[in-house]
Design a protein around this ligand. Structure first.
Ligand SMILES: [Zn+2]
Length: 188
């Protein structure tokens, strides 16, 4: 039987560890840290567009996206400290990969590779981190996080933190990077 939130909290709240983050090559900060208090169990936070009701992603026009076809739409974040961050969504409201119809799930596999290639086409990209969390919006969305080549300190899961530690990529460079992705997506 799986551990529920109350069991986990009771077991862990007073036994938290402080991992040696200062020894991690990718840790963005200096100085010792200590874990925050583990909050007691509570209700799952509400997500936008739950059940497809009043879903902001469904309501957005294609013009907000840098590329779209009959089944998928690709949007860029407005700014980032990293060279490029994109979000891929199915056009129709689906919550998660587990709920996708088979034909769309097959397309999804192809799209993950296609968008990764488009990110790499920007140039000077060391790695493309692809993630799906689904904690804020209930409309399925895949993150594509391009981290700069030659700066492995910005790699892996810490890239999301470095995104806000680095100053924003200058607007003209950001817009050119987005345009390169759009061109690569149009080229197929
Ligand atoms: Zn939606």
């Amino acid at each position: 039987m799986p551990e529920n939130a109350h069991d986990l909290h009771a077991r862990a709240a007073h036994a938290l560890n402080s991992p040696d983050v200062e020894g991690w090559d990718t840790w963005p900060f200096e100085g010792p840290v200590r874990p925050r208090v583990l909050n007691p169990p509570g209700p799952e936070p509400e997500r936008s567009g739950e059940g497809g009701v009043d879903c902001p992603a469904c309501a957005k026009p294609d013009s907000d996206y840098l590329w779209a076809d009959d089944h998928w739409r690709l949007i860029a974040l407005p700014a980032s400290g990293l060279p490029i961050i994109l979000i891929l969504e199915p056009r129709e409201h689906h919550d998660n990969p587990a709920g996708l119809p088979d034909d769309l799930a097959r397309e999804q596999g192809i799209m993950l590779g296609r968008v990764e290639r488009a990110v790499l086409s920007v140039g000077e990209i060391g790695r493309v981190h692809i993630g799906r969390w689904g904690e804020g919006s209930a409309h399925l969305h895949w993150w594509f996080i391009g981290r700069p080549a030659g700066l492995p300190q910005l790699a892996s899961s810490m890239a999301e933190i470095w995104d806000e530690v680095l100053p924003p990529t200058p607007k003209d460079i950001w817009e050119d990077n987005v345009a390169r992705v759009a061109a690569a997506m149009r080229a197929g």
